[in-house]
Design a protein around this ligand. Structure first.
Ligand code: TYD
Length: 214
């Protein structure tokens, strides 16, 4: 059983192409951590809070959007999310598990949509005030396999397969260029296997951040 030890706060993000199973794994990880008496906050992007829900509706269920307008809406959502929810939760000592974060913007809006990479990096820094996750798990899956798992497709899911192939390549590039923060999981495995891989990686980060087994 893990105990808090000198662990003060921890920020973990779950990233990956569509249908990779990250949301299911996130819920199961949160439950395990809570059973160990950690204070856990789960959240997601886009769409936390009232403001986030309205932006999510426009982004995922509205009309086709100009790529720059889309980028700015994801950043607006993130800025408010970090200020109102993520930072306060971390400052109170919680473990925050977030389903998608700044890396999704880097991959979807810069790498796949083709917006300027440096501008998007700066936009992310501006929106987050430089807040980076302690650990980012990449749930890697071949796009056709991931999309086949999705039951009702939103505006982004419905983009052509070539777009989703770029998304996957973009995630792999980001993950391999910052190996200290990222870990890659094979999300084509069964949901139990994916959960156990994610759990093992999270336990390693708990230990690195000062939690103790005992
Ligand atoms: P969501 O229903 O949350 O899907 P998923 O289960 O795949 O996370 O939809 C979020 C969609 O928005 C998803 O297609 C990824 C996309 N997205 C971006 O394009 N940029 C971003 O910055 C974020 C956070 C998400």
């Amino acid at each position: 059983m893990w105990k808090r030890g000198t662990l003060r706060q921890m920020f973990i993000t779950f990233e990956g192409p569509e249908g990779a199973g990250k949301s299911t794994a996130l819920a199961a990880v949160a439950q395990r951590l809570r059973e160990m008496n950690f204070e856990v906050v789960t959240t997601r992007e886009p769409g936390a809070g009232d403001f986030g829900k309205k932006i999510r509706e426009i982004l995922l269920h509205g009309d086709d959007l100009d790529a720059k307008a889309e980028l700015l809406l994801f950043l607006a959502d993130r800025s408010n999310h970090v200020a109102k929810l993520i930072r306060p939760a971390l400052e109170s000592g919680a473990i925050v598990l977030c389903d998608r974060y700044a890396d999704s913007t880097q991959v979807y809006q810069a790498y796949a949509r083709g917006l300027d990479e440096d501008f998007v990096r700066q936009g992310n820094r501006f929106a987050t005030g430089g807040l980076l996750p302690d650990l980012t798990l990449l749930f890697d899956i071949e796009p056709a396999a991931g999309l086949a798992r999705i039951q009702s497709k939103d505006r982004m899911d419905s983009l052509p397969i070539e777009f989703h192939q770029k998304v996957r390549a973009g995630f792999l590039l980001e993950a391999t260029s910052q190996p200290e923060r990222w870990r890659i999981l094979d999300a084509s495995a069964s949901s139990d296997e994916v959960l156990e891989s994610a759990w093992a990686l999270i336990q390693a980060t708990l230990a690195a951040k000062g939690a103790k087994l005992g």
